[in-house]
Ligand binder design. Structure first.
Ligand code: NDP
Ligand code: GDR
Length: 381
């Protein structure tokens, strides 16, 4: 039985990866930050009572900013594979917390590599580093591949640039099996609520159920290569199963604008949105509807009370703009196709479908709670 250690196990990718590794028979250790709430929603279905004999999933308190803690956990768990997924992962927030982001995302990676080296585990432990398409930043060439020059555009991306190169350096200097997966954006129903795709699918679900009136977003022109997290954790695992440690781009090769993602999400529940105007004055207006789709997806063929054709449902708010933006990402996954035998199973339509259906279900539950007299959190990003 192989042993894996996942940092960031409570995040989107950590949850899918833990599920994948458990299904492959691994003993999985995960590092979780102490929080004032449990914060294990994404992995609760995998939870095992630590009092049972030989649990397959074991959580440890830890933090990427605490070297001694990380070293001790690695010493105790003696992992065959470490997946370093923990990070302050929000690009916009990294402009507010640049020093912390550098510490957790940049130096945090060094802490893991150095712990493995100091413990003499170079020959045993393979390391996966969660690198990112944000490294490409300002467009140099498209599609972006393993040989495209980097030009990071945020404190997050600069911290991840350090993490990328320190991983390469430890591989070359100490002959460690350490690899970067340069993953393009990947989403799912488990995606954090403040990333744009999930923000959109949550808002559309709430609008169609009459729980929210409109959606405010930032740059509608930004284009991303969006895949499904389930496909991407499979690639992480394959990267560590190779004979030779190398870096790989993981992407779908298809790019879509934020504007089109919004349209697709509304269309999924039978609402046809058109955009008018430009810049700060651009708006998304409800032009027409398809009652049959609405019935099928929401269980009601009419629009909710207060919503009518011609209403403005999407507006631009400059608070969501970034001081420096990444306008266009489109990955070239040719190396992953040929060397890892990896290809995504999901296309964007399937991803939107899964996220929308999940969020409609989530907020239908809220409606039941509200009608039973319970208070429901009204948080909108
Ligand atoms: P999430 O934001 O969903 O999860 C991040 C995880 O890191 C959470 O478990 C979080 O814990 C943990 N974490 C954050 N800071 C610390 C810290 N100081 N110490 C310990 N744990 C910490 O990210 P994703 O799952 O989406 O992404 C996983 C990794 O992949 C990240 O490194 C991200 O930067 C990178 N990446 C993501 C891509 C994507 O599109 N999703 C694309 C390319 C790279 P908590 O739950 O307590 O907040
Ligand atoms: P990104 O993801 O920055 O690519 O980083 P995010 O979903 O936050 O933004 C994607 C694009 O959408 C534009 N945008 C908005 N973004 C947010 N969050 N909220 C808005 O209202 C909004 N309106 C427009 C953004 O400007 C941007 O261009 C994600 C993270 O998971 C990183 O950790 C990871 O490394 C990269 O993907 C690959």
């Amino acid at each position: 039985m192989k042993t894996a250690l996942i940092t960031g196990i409570t995040g989107q990718d950590g949850a899918y990866l833990a599920e994948l590794l458990l299904s492959k028979g691994y003993l999985v250790h995960g590092i979780k930050r102490r929080a004032s709430l449990f914060n294990t929603d994404r992995i609760d279905h995998l939870y095992q009572d630590p009092h049972v004999d030989h649990p397959k999933l074991i959580l440890h308190y830890g933090d990427m900013t605490d070297s001694m803690n990380l070293t001790r956990i690695i010493q105790e768990t003696q992992p065959d594979e470490i997946y370093n997924l923990a990070a302050m992962s929000h690009v916009k927030v990294s402009f507010d917390t640049p020093e912390y982001t550098a510490n957790a995302d940049g130096i945090g990676t060094l802490r893991i590599l150095e712990a493995v080296r100091l413990l003499g585990l170079e020959g045993k432990t393979r390391i996966y580093q969660a690198s990112t398409s944000e490294l490409y930043g300002l467009v140099q060439q498209v599609p972006q591949s393993e040989t495209t020059p980097f030009y990071p555009r945020s404190p997050y991306a600069v911290a991840k640039l350090y993490a990328y190169w320190i991983t390469v350096n430890y591989r070359e200097a100490y002959n460690m099996f350490a690899c970067n997966g340069i993953l393009f954006n990947h989403e799912s129903p488990l995606r954090g609520e403040t990333f744009v795709t999930r923000k959109i699918t949550r808002a559309v679900a709430k609008i169609v159920l009459g729980l929210q009136q409109d959606l405010f977003v930032g740059n509608l022109d930004a284009r991303r290569d969006w895949g499904h997290a389930k496909d991407y954790v499979e690639a992480m695992w394959r990267i560590l199963q190779q004979d030779v440690a190398e870096d790989y781009v993981i992407a779908t090769g298809v790019t879509t604008s934020v504007r089109d993602f919004i349209k697709m999400s509304f269309a999924h529940v039978g609402l046809n949105l058109v955009f008018h105007g430009n810049g700060l004055n651009e708006v998304g207006v409800l032009e027409s509807m398809d009652s049959d789709t609405l019935m099928k997806k929401v269980g009601n063929s009419d629009l909710p009370e207060g919503l009518k054709l011609g209403d403005t449902l999407v507006k631009v708010d400059p608070r969501y703009f970034r001081p420096t933006e990444v306008e266009l990402l489109i990955g070239d996954p040719a190396k992953a196709h040929s060397k890892l035998g990896w290809k995504p199973k999901y296309q964007l339509e399937g991803l939107v479908e899964e996220m929308m259906d999940s969020d409609v279900k989530l907020f239908q539950r809220d409606i039941h709670l509200i009608s039973a007299g319970h208070k429901v959190l009204k948080q909108v990003e």
